[in-house]
Write a protein that binds this ligand. Structure first.
Ligand code: NFS
Ligand code: SF4
Length: 665
């Protein structure tokens, strides 16, 4: 039945949605009258504008907006700008927007780290070994320096890189040597973190850079300043402060909410807030307050990438990914949703108004109408955290009708590149050698990253089906972000899922006891993938650069600008990256060809576009095979082709699987 017809604009009801947990909530009486993105996407009466979709609408000056059609002389901008220029400018501004989000996040972490080093916050320097390693990488001699002095020096150095004007950001030197030389030759080595975004915005202002290739070079430099700069700074300093993740068992999906506890969901991105909440959640004072209102305690659960941060480091559960944020509230069982920055739908505020739920904003950068604002300060982190949790406790007696679905799934997360090292190589000879050896001997065909968001424009469980198809073809899968959460809901992040792997991969996994899909963290933690790929190069036997190794990446349901910045830094680092369901340059064949083909000649990595798990798998496995062949590893490895029956069979063993929103594609 086509349920989309049943709902007029503004009406709520049971939307057409595939995920059982989401359906159980939204089709329940407790969600009656609630309107979420699942409803809005069904009720949307206007299709996305073709000019906007393909990147050919320019609003960069007030002679426009101009809508451009490539190859039609009369359809250039008033200023004369043609499709390649406009599309490249728009694409570059998407990269700059995404990179800026990671950069501001990275800066926040770096400043909090410096305050922590100076003893001005309640956090500590937890990973002294990683602190020393990082110091050495920055050219700082740890010598006999105290942990405090060393941390201050590391913090000051990395904070300074945000405003650095000349030279090169430090972590770029972690890349394989040939890659660094290529970046130098192309002139895309980032000089400072912030500088590259400012320059990108300048160059795409009306009447500045008009050569699409030149614009896209700066987009690459801007993205590299994100991946090898801000995101890597965020990951490394978060690890040093809060602990480098090690494999940990926990649960995901809406069923992690508890009926007899005060449910506090923490949504957004920056780990400093979530860590503080986790530090006080079991405080005797808080537990006593809970008892007074008849609750057993505080249940802290994550949403979006904050969820991934606390899942990786503390084993706290994730209630929902991006597409589930409103559904989590529609359970009526959430006392407070605490948010900081990024990926917070404006819809959460009206949804929360249907319940007793208190929506709390904590960053001066992100205020939401209808929410209470409690400003977070690192130096008063625990006091602020307690204040927030007490607000949640006070709401518990007001909880009305609620519905917590039974769906939750066991996952193992916490695969930092350091732990992959230990798991594969053993604590005493930590190394990527076993991984490389198994790729060389063909047990593992290659490595694929599935990253990025989930998205109401995608109907199918692309992440899940793709991951299954890849592991069945002996491809080890690494995941981050909301893709990781979705794949976790489907049961693929547990060691038991190794049964679905191809014989070669299974043999390797059985020996080390890890899942076929490794959860590597939040979206800033894609920097861990850069390091893992570089380690594979350094370990030897698979070529001299990232563009040689049989590693591919994809974001099949991308939504955020951050995803495009991530994709571009992987491409510029030599990876083959497939996006879907659409790509923002398709309004210009010239720019699209440049991204999909010529970038490969420049970087040894390029973009591509696919729709549906099958096409993604085909393209990614073909690329892995192509790289294997170039390395002389082309021993015939039969490709397992999936048909619908096989897909159904694979899915049937896993209860409560999946959670695609089921919107319109
Ligand atoms: Ni990544 Fe994380 Fe999720 Fe997408 Fe948003 S939470 S930083 S952007 S939606 S994966
Ligand atoms: Fe139109 Fe050119 Fe102005 Fe863009 S910059 S809006 S193409 S006149």
């Amino acid at each position: 039945m086509d349920t989309s017809k049943r709902f007029k604009k503004g009406n709520s009801g049971c939307p057409s949605i595939q995920c059982e947990a989401n359906r159980e909530v939204l089709c329940n009486e407790c969600a009656s009258g609630v309107v979420t993105a699942a409803h809005r996407v069904q009720n949307r009466s206007v299709e996305p504008c073709l000019f906007g979709k393909g990147g050919t609408c320019c609003r960069n000056c007030n002679m426009g907006p101009c809508q451009i059609i490539e190859g039609v002389d009369a359809m250039v901008g008033i200023c004369g700008a043609d499709a390649p220029t406009v599309v490249a400018r728009n694409f570059a501004r998407i990269v700059a927007g995404g990179a800026a989000a990671h950069m501001d996040h990275g800066r926040g972490v770096a400043l909090a780290f410096l305050e922590t080093a100076k003893g001005e916050t309640p956090y500590e320097i937890k990973d002294g070994i990683k602190l020393r390693e990082t110091a050495l990488r920055l050219g700082i001699d740890p010598g006999e320096k105290s942990k405090t002095d060393l941390a201050i020096e590391v913090g000051e150095k990395l904070v300074s890189e945000f405003g650095q004007q000349e030279g090169a950001i430090s972590f770029i030197k972690r890349a394989p040597q040939p890659r660094q030389e290529l970046w130098q030759k192309l002139g895309v080595t980032p000089r400072g973190v912030d500088r590259e975004v400012v320059e990108m915005m300048h160059r795409t202002h009306m009447g500045v850079d008009q050569n699409y290739k030149n614009i896209l070079l700066q987009a690459a430099r801007c993205a590299l300043a994100d991946g090898w700069g801000a995101s890597m700074i965020a990951t490394e300093l978060s690890d040093i402060m809060f602990g480098t993740p090690v494999p940990i068992r926990t649960k995901v999906n809406i069923g992690v909410l508890k009926k007899d506890e005060v449910n506090v969901t923490v949504h957004g991105h920056e780990p400093v807030l979530a860590e503080a909440l986790a530090m006080v959640a079991n405080d005797p004072e808080i537990v006593a307050e809970c008892k007074k209102v008849g609750a057993k305690g505080v249940n802290l659960a994550g949403v979006c990438c904050t969820g991934n941060e606390i899942l990786m480091r503390r084993g706290l559960p994730i209630a929902g990914s991006f597409v589930q944020q409103e559904v989590v509230l529609a359970t009526g069982a959430v006392e407070a949703m605490v948010v900081d920055v990024q990926c917070i739908m404006q819809g959460v505020s009206p949804v929360s108004k249907n319940y007793h739920t208190q929506l709390i904003t904590t960053s001066e950068k992100a205020k939401i109408t209808g929410a209470k604002h409690v400003q977070f300060h690192e130096d008063k982190a625990l006091d602020v955290a307690k204040e927030i949790i007490k607000m949640a406790i006070a709401k518990f007696p007001e909880r009305g009708k609620y519905c917590i679905p039974r769906h939750e799934m066991d996952v193992v997360a916490g695969f930092s590149h350091e732990t992959i090292n230990y798991i594969l190589g053993g604590r005493f000879r930590a190394s990527y050698k076993p991984l490389n050896d198994n790729i060389i001997n063909g047990r593992i065909r290659g490595v694929a990253a599935i990253v990025g968001c989930d998205n109401y424009r995608v109907m199918d469980e692309v992440h899940v089906e793709l991951a299954k198809e890849l592991i069945a073809n002996d491809v080890l899968v690494l995941v981050t972000g909301c893709a990781a959460t979705g794949i976790g809901r489907a049961g693929l992040l547990s060691p038991e899922a190794m049964e679905m792997a191809g014989d070669g991969l299974k043999e390797v996994l059985e020996a080390v006891g890890c899942p076929p899909v490794l959860h590597m963290g939040s979206c800033v933690d894609n920097s861990r993938l850069l390091i893992a790929a570089t380690e594979m190069v350094h370990t030897g036997g698979l070529g001299n650069d990232i563009s040689d190794i049989p590693v591919v990446g994809c974001a099949p349901q991308w939504m955020s600008e951050k995803a495009v910045s991530i994709g571009q830094y992987f491409v510029s680092s030599g990876a083959y990256v497939v996006f879907g369901p659409s790509f923002p340059t398709t309004g210009s064949q010239v720019v699209t060809d440049f991204c999909f083909k010529q970038m490969n000649d420049i970087y040894g990595g390029c973009w591509d576009l696919a729709q549906g798990a099958n096409e993604f798998a085909d393209k990614m496995i073909d690329k892995i095979n192509e790289r294997r062949k170039a390395l002389g590893l082309d021993k015939k490895k039969e490709r397992v082709l999936f048909d619908m029956a096989m897909r159904r069979e694979l899915g049937s063993g896993i209860p409560g699987m999946g959670c695609s929103p089921g919107g319109h594609s």
